[in-house]
Every structure is written in C-alpha cells, then in structure tokens.
Ligand binder design. Structure first.
Ligand SMILES: Nc1nc2c(ncn2[C@@H]2O[C@H](COP(=O)(O)OP(=O)(O)O)[C@@H](O)[C@H]2O)c(=O)[nH]1
Ligand SMILES: [Mg+2]
Length: 355
C-alpha cells in the first residue's frame, strides 16, 4: 500500500521480478497485481546438497500491489471499504513511503515527507476501522433493542475497547488483546491491526548506512521498516544474474532488497521455518514461533495432526555435520519429541502418525 506515486508498483516489481506498469499514468483504479515468489533460503540449498531430493518445495510469499490510497479515502465509507478489500485478506501490510526526491514525479501531498505520509496512511486505516467498529456496534445495539443477543458473548465490550483506542488514534496493532479477544477480532480484519512493514523508497543517491539508522527508528510493536531504492532494485530484479551482481556491487548492496524485505517480513510476523524430507521431497514450512509439533504436523496435512504419534527431530546444523539421518541417529542427535514440543527454527522433522 501507499499513497499514489510512492513507488508501490516499482517496489512490487523489485520484489517479484514482475513488470507491473509504473509511472504517472499507471494508476488505473481496478489494477491489482498479484505475484507469488519463493523465499530465498540458504538452508534449503545446504539440505539439497546432503539429501539430494528429487523435488524441492520452498516457502512462498504472495505480494499484492493495490491501488494508491488517497487522502481522505476512508471517510468516503463503503466505496473505500471495497477497494481496501484485497488488503484485508493479507497477513501483513507493506507500506511504501516515498523518500526519493525529484520534481519529475509529482507528490499527491505536494512535498516529500515520509514521516507525514506514514502517519497519513495510518490515519486512513484508523478511520476505516473506526467506521467498521461503529457499524457493528450499531447493529448489535439494534439486535439488543429487539431482544436478540449477538452470537459472540462479549463482542460489544471488545469493540468498545477498540473504539476507545481508535478514537485516541492508536492503531490496534499497538493494543494488547487477550488470545480470546484476538480470536474474536480476527474476523473483522482490521487494517490498523495488521503487522506493518514500512518500506522507505529512497533515491538512488541515498547512502545505505544513513537509511539503515533511519529505519531503526521506525520499528515498534508489530512494526518494522526497511529502506531500499525501488527504481534500482527493479532494475536489479529484471537484470541477468551477471548484470544484477554488477549493479549490486556498484551500489554497495550485499543482497537484493527482496531478500531483506522477506527477512523483515518473517521477523515482523514472528515466523520461523522447519523442514521435512519425505520420500525424496524436501519442503520448507513457515510457522509462527512457538508452534507445537502437533500443530506443525497440521500444516503438512490435517490427518497428520489428527493421528499424530510423535516427531523425530534433528537440528539442521547437526544434520549437516553428520551428513545423513543415519549418522545423526547413531550419534543420538535425532530426538523423539511429543505433541507439545515447540518446533525450533531450522528443525528437520519426520512426523509419525496413524492415518
Ligand atoms: N528516482 C526514483 N524514482 C522512482 C523510485 N521509485 C519509483 N519511482 C518513480 O515514481 C513513479 C511512480 O512509481 P510507481 O511505482 O508507478 O508508483 P505507484 O503509483 O505507487 O505504483 C514512477 O515514474 C517511478 O519510476 C525511486 O526509487 N527513485
Ligand atoms: Mg501502481
């Protein structure tokens, strides 16, 4: 997301290697771009060398490039709700804020000021959420008037709590909710509740070190920031491997921005990765930190969760050092774990289950 002409489509292309149209005349209202990219993961490459799987399935991340959010859009009510629909279904929001200078690209608010723009968009989300909360509260009120109770007990109280914070202009992602409250609120898909990754779209001349310090200041609860030069990164993503390497060296970049954005997204959403190697198929699975073995099995297949017996676990580093599952077993590094085991980042799992 972002204001019009902040570089959303440019960044989208940089992240996905896509070719969505960019520029002043590209902002057609109905243009939504979607692309799925594989998550770069060195550990997958390492495992491939040892296990030589026939098939490898990397984790994937889907990016959606929506139309620009105009200032005041949320106040317009239902029409904005509609164009925000593709955003509501996402796990996190990536806000492209323009930090690149230049007269050739007009700025919808007149001047380049990323701090103001991040605030402006946040305000739109807060207003959109507030409208949704009030609409629902009104409905609950009407139901109560005719003697009907809402299906969810305590819904009105939780929504009142949301309303109070939204009126104070606090995004819901900064509010503490109990797991029970979170469950109830999930269905509303509130925009200000989503984890937020701010992408400062800096100019070609911005020094990497400066912008790194800048982005640290943006981080907070469920909020991270990265800076990148969309225009340059889009060129890198579209270039041949050799040209990309040269462009990156010239700019002093160790890795393409897509890798940094994906890492920041994992961190933001609290995701770790475990691996399975079954019948010569290697798969990387992203899961939330603290996921139990039985829930992790459910990620693979619901039958595996239902019929879960145990997990055999080896840390990836141990497996690499031993060179094979057999050696890891001999050395006692292949552990048996039960349902409640918290899967760690880099665990290689085999699930035993009764179908
Ligand atoms: N100089 C410079 N121009 C950029 C950069 N990123 C985007 N632009 C330009 O800004 C204009 C708007 O970009 P676009 O991606 O279409 O913005 P959107 O409306 O947010 O999708 C285009 O002309 C881009 O070439 C950047 O990092 N540096
Ligand atoms: Mg665009």
């Amino acid at each position: 997301m972002g204001l019009p002409l902040s570089g959303k489509s440019t960044v989208f292309n940089a992240l996905t290697g896509g070719s969505a149209r960019t520029g002043v005349f590209s902002g057609a209202r109905d243009e939504v771009h979607v692309a799925v990219v594989e998550v770069p993961d060195e550990r997958v490459e390492t495992l491939c060398r040892i296990l030589e799987p026939k098939k490898t399935t990397r984790a994937r991340i889907e990016f959606v490039d929506v139309v620009g959010v105009e200032r005041g859009a949320a106040r317009k009510g239902d029409s904005s709700a509609e164009f925000l629909a593709p955003v509501r279904q996402t796990d996190a929001m990536l806000h492209v804020a323009r930090a690149f200078p230049g007269e050739s690209v007009p700025h919808p608010l007149g001047t380049v000021d990323a701090t103001r723009d991040v605030g402006a968009l946040e305000e739109e989300f807060i207003i959109a959420d507030l409208l949704a909360v009030e609409k629902r509260l009104e409905k609950i009120g009407k139901l109560a008037a005719v003697g009907k109770k809402p299906e969810e007990k305590g819904e009105a109280e939780i929504l009142e709590k949301c309303r109070k914070h939204l009126l104070e202009e606090t995004p819901l992602r900064e509010v503490e909710f109990s797991p029970e409250e979170e469950r109830l609120l999930r269905g509303f898909q509130f925009l200000s509740m989503k984890p937020l990754l701010i992408v400062l779209n800096v100019g070609e001349d911005a020094a990497v070190a400066d912008t790194a310090a800048e982005t640290d200041a943006w981080s907070g609860p469920k909020r991270r920031a990265v800076s990148l030069c969309g225009k340059l990164e889009m060129e890198i993503a579209a270039a041949s491997a050799a040209d990309a390497a040269e462009l990156m060296e010239l700019a002093g970049l160790a890795e393409p921005a897509s890798a940094r954005v994906i890492k920041a997204s994992y961190d933001l959403m609290g995701l770790v990765t475990f691996y399975t190697a079954v019948r010569s198929e290697l798969t990387a699975w992203p899961i939330p930190i603290g996921t139990t073995a039985v829930r992790a099995a459910g990620e693979i297949h619901t039958d595996m969760e239902r019929g879960f017996i145990r997990a055999e676990v080896v840390a990836l580093d141990d497996l690499v050092e031993c060179g094979s599952f057999a050696h890891a077993r001999e050395k006692g590094l292949l552990r048996i774990e039960g349902k409640g085991y918290e899967v760690k980042d880099g665990d290689v799992l085999s699930i035993r289950f009764a179908p």
